[in-house]
Design a protein around this ligand. Structure first.
Ligand code: BTN
Length: 253
């Protein structure tokens, strides 16, 4: 892609044919001092990681399996907003490059026709009030024809949605350009503009949801997100619950 469009993302790119997990490699490289904007990309992951200890299926050549090392000057509590910013960038790139409308399911799944096309796993190294680095791992299903049984009803690829093969480079370039734009804007002016975009693209707000935590679940209406990106749920009993993305999953009802 035309590198000139990017000022810091991809200054350094590590490209692997096969790797366990680009996120694990990115953390290793960040520990060794990898610079802000370093990208780690693989054709195939043998131990792709999803949220909450799940596996992320990452077959050879089908998708974009990329991790990005960032060194933002933010509080650790603001990191979830970087993940949300990333979901906005992916969603915009899909619409811009292939004209298909995608939506975001809180906190950061990108969906087409209600099925997941992209997942984001953010991992961070931080002290009490400084972030050392953040690794944003993004998996986009681009040309997958089939999915494993466990996810075949809930996953989709851009190829399945578009009806034809999609150029991975185009999607990656579009994603990185949107990511850099929103990142720079957020660092200069705060996250509010991108969180407003997130609100517009979100398909849960105002809808009934079920929040599943380790200790049980509850239902309610997803009212809004707050300034930290937490979901505000109005429970059936009328009380409001603030939900952080950490260890919960959300189901439509
Ligand atoms: C999720 O929705 O559960 C998050 C999935 C994140 C997958 C990506 S693929 C690139 C990066 N490397 C990993 O091991 N995981 C992330």
């Amino acid at each position: 892609w035309s590198k000139a469009e990017l000022s810091f993302l991809g200054d350094r790119i590590y490209y692997y044919s096969t790797i366990g997990s680009t996120n694990s490699e990115a953390k290793r490289l960040a520990q060794e001092g990898a610079s802000h904007g370093t990208l780690i990309i693989a054709e195939e992951q043998t131990r792709g990681k999803g949220r909450m200890g799940r596996v992320w299926t990452s077959p050879r050549g089908t998708g974009i399996w990329v991790s990005i090392v960032l060194k933002p000057q933010i509080m650790p509590s603001e990191a979830p907003k970087l993940t949300m910013l990333t979901a906005v960038a992916v969603t915009e790139a899909i619409t811009e490059k292939i004209g298909i409308s995608a939506g975001i399911k809180w906190p950061n799944d990108v969906l087409i026709d209600g099925k997941k096309v992209c997942g984001i796993l953010t991992e961070m190294s931080a002290e009490t009030d400084v972030v050392n680095y953040v690794v944003i791992g993004t998996g986009i299903n681009v040309n997958n024809d089939i999915f494993p049984d466990e996810i075949k009803d809930t996953a989709i690829s851009l190829k399945i949605a578009a009806g034809n093969a999609v150029d991975r480079i185009q999607i990656l370039a579009g994603f990185l350009e949107r990511l850099e734009y929103h990142y720079k804007t957020a660092m200069a002016r705060g996250f509010e503009p991108v969180l407003n975009e997130w609100r517009k693209l979100c398909c849960n707000l105002g809808k009934p949801v079920e929040i599943v935590t380790r200790d049980g679940s509850f239902t309610g209406i997803a009212e809004d997100i707050d300034e930290q990106g937490a979901l505000i749920v109005k429970k059936t009993d009328g009380k409001f619950e603030r939900v952080l993305s950490g260890d919960v999953s959300l189901k439509y009802r």
